[in-house]
Design a binder for this molecule. Structure first.
Ligand SMILES: Nc1ncnc2c1ncn2[C@@H]1O[C@H](COP(=O)(O)OP(=O)(O)OP(=O)(O)O)[C@@H](O)[C@H]1O
Ligand SMILES: [Mg+2]
Length: 588
């Protein structure tokens, strides 16, 4: 039987080129068309000087033939047409590849485990998925696609140049080779610098994200100076990386130009000598010079392509690392359904000797064993940091126990299909998470089954109906980034509404009324009591909830120190007594 969660994705063994090949799926037809058309452009261009040579020679003899002129005109116009078609197909293929890349990245990030997400920085990942994928797009358009055409053009031009005057060609090659050697030498450094640049972009995004996410705290504590310096530091690193790349790139282009200019001078001088000796015609020299002129394009383009490819390979390398992220596996395991009631049924949920550590060696939960029966209302209490939320996270399978087992309906949850397992639970988290978007998005989470009436009914239940009726506010009003336009209590009530809409039979509530006023809190508690047949697990500091619970679990420093009813625990558990006695709230 295969384990479902915590599947370590194979560290990517494919080369960047294999990775790119996978990305081209769906765009290969367009790419092929772009390549063929770019080859077409090159071939047409190669023949232009040959025709020009005829025209010039005919003109110097006193009569230009109409068909020679027509052929020249057709070749020039044809080359432009084919070029524009080629760049169209190249463009749409590159867009398609960018889309595949974006979808692949978002899929990877969505399926990564929470443990992996804890290790990564969201702003850095954001920078990767935007700037790196733009770089990859640039590599295809400005690097890979022009390369083949340029090579064909280079070979074709070289062939005709040799045919026309092998000696002149020797002179040309000598000067041009010098330029190429320089480009190759610099290329490796370009790749390294590009990677540094992308990393610096990521670090800058992280600093900006930190600043924007904590703007209120920064202003309230007058910490602008520190924050400005922090962002400034990253900006300087980014600037340095950019400057290095600019230096390298600006060196490559002029170096190539210089070589080409040198080649022009050398060809004109040597050509003039050969003209005076009568070994070359004026048409031949002009055609040769035109070839040399045409040679500038593929050489410059190859130089540019080479740097673009090096930069792109750097970005691809970073993107490929995302494939190595530890990911959840939704494809394995048994489907979970609501088990029918059985006589002497197993507990609904059971922890058996569960140990868990976020950091190896420092366990957060220690040897926890507990049972929760179907339909029970269970409260989890304990001091702040004792491990209550961690318990909920293990039930949600955001993390796996290091030792011990968790069972649902008597089955080890590691072997249950993750999607249908999670569908059994509805979570109201400690913060009342609101997604950036509308109220409707937040309630339905893409589930189209909920009718408009049901949405209104639930909004009524959690006391949000008056908010929606107010002013311009509708179900489709944008709530701002993570619900910034709402109060903390309103955000928590949205989380409640979401949980009430779900079909789950087990509610996981992590301090679900922490942000609610006493009136709403009482209303919500009544709501929970009225949820017939549902099992409710509530982490709470509130005495009222605890006294009404069927069973209370007391956690202390990661250990389950007591489980029982409020009355039993008051008399038997000193930890519980200490938590319960200070006042109406079970605060730490
Ligand atoms: N993602 C994480 N990575 C590393 N350590 C964590 C992580 N989440 C929680 N912890 C640590 O685990 C311990 C238990 O945290 P947990 O959130 O479960 O406490 P809690 O009982 O819910 O506290 P509170 O009542 O304050 O919400 C704490 O010491 C905390 O620092
Ligand atoms: Mg907590």
């Amino acid at each position: 039987m295969s384990r479902v969660q915590g599947r370590r994705a194979a560290v990517p063994e494919s080369t960047p080129i294999q990775y790119l090949w996978e990305l081209t799926r769906g765009a290969r037809g367009g790419l092929l068309a772009a390549i063929v058309l770019s080859l077409g452009t090159s071939i047409i261009t190669i023949f232009q000087p040959r025709i020009l040579q005829n025209v010039v020679n005919e003109a110097s003899a006193g009569a230009v033939r109409v068909d020679s002129l027509t052929t020249l005109a057709v070749l020039v116009v044809g080359a432009s047409l084919v070029t524009s078609l080629g760049s169209y197909f190249g463009g749409i293929s590159a867009e398609r590849i960018s889309r595949t890349l974006r979808e692949r990245i978002s899929g990877r990030l969505l399926s990564m485990t929470i443990r992996e997400a804890d290790k990564t920085n969201s702003a850095d990942l954001l920078a990767r998925s935007t700037s790196d994928s733009m770089v990859v797009r640039g590599m295809i358009m400005g690097g890979l696609l022009p390369t083949l055409g340029s090579v064909v053009m280079l070979v074709g031009i070289a062939y005709f140049m040799i045919l026309m005057d092998a000696f002149l060609f020797g002179v040309t090659v000598g000067v041009v080779c010098l330029g190429f050697t320089l480009v190759m030498l610099v290329g490796k450094t370009v790749k390294r610098s590009s990677r540094e640049l992308q990393e610096a972009t990521g670090a800058f995004s992280v600093a900006m994200e930190r600043m924007l996410a904590s703007l209120r705290t920064i202003k309230a504590f007058n910490a602008q100076r520190m924050e400005y310096a922090n962002v400034g530091k990253e900006s300087t690193t980014l600037w340095r990386a950019g400057i290095t790349l600019v230096r390298l790139q600006s060196f490559i282009q002029p170096a190539l130009n210089l070589c080409l200019q040198g080649a022009f001078v050398a060809v004109i001088l040597t050509g003039s000598l050969r003209l005076s000796q009568g070994t070359l015609t004026i048409g031949g020299l002009m055609a040769y010079l035109m070839y040399l002129f045409l040679l500038v394009n593929p050489i410059a383009s190859l130089g540019g392509s080479y740097t673009q490819i090096q930069i792109g390979l750097g970005a691809l390398g970073r993107l490929r690392e995302l494939d190595g992220l530890d990911s959840e596996d939704y494809a394995a395991g048994h489907p979970v359904t609501l088990a029918p009631y059985r006589f002497a049924e197993p507990p609904l949920l059971e922890f058996r000797d569960v140990w868990f550590a976020y950091e190896p060696g420092t366990p957060t939960l220690r040897d926890v064993s507990l049972t929760i029966r179907r339909g029970e209302h269970v409260c989890v209490v304990g001091r702040s940091g004792s491990g209550k939320s961690t318990l909920i996270e293990l039930i949600e399978r955001f993390y796996e126990p290091d030792h011990g087992r968790i069972l649902l309906d008597g089955q080890d949850i590691r072997f249950l299909d993750l999607g249908s397992y999670r569908a059994r639970f509805a979570l109201v988290g400690q913060g009342g998470d609101v997604l950036t978007g509308t109220l409707r998005d937040n309630l339905t989470l893409g589930d189209a089954r909920h009718s408009e009436e049901r949405l209104w009914e639930v909004l009524d239940m959690v006391g949000l109906r008056e908010l929606v009726g107010r002013g311009e506010f509708t179900l489709d009003t944008d709530l701002g980034q993570h619900g910034i336009t709402l109060s903390g209590g309103q955000r928590q009530r949205i989380a409640w509404a979401r949980a009430l809409l779900s079909d789950a039979d087990i509610l996981l509530l992590d301090e679900p009324t922490a942000n609610l006023d006493p009136v709403t809190e009482r209303a919500v508690r009544r709501l929970v009591q009225g949820l017939g047949g549902k099992t409710v697990i509530t982490v709470t500091h509130q005495l009222d909830s605890v006294t009404e619970a069927d069973s209370v679990i007391v956690i202390e420093d990661g250990r389950l120190v007591a489980q029982g009813s409020h009355e039993q625990l008051i008399s038997s558990s000193p930890t519980y007594r200490a938590l319960a006695t200070p006042g109406p709230r079970l605060v730490a």
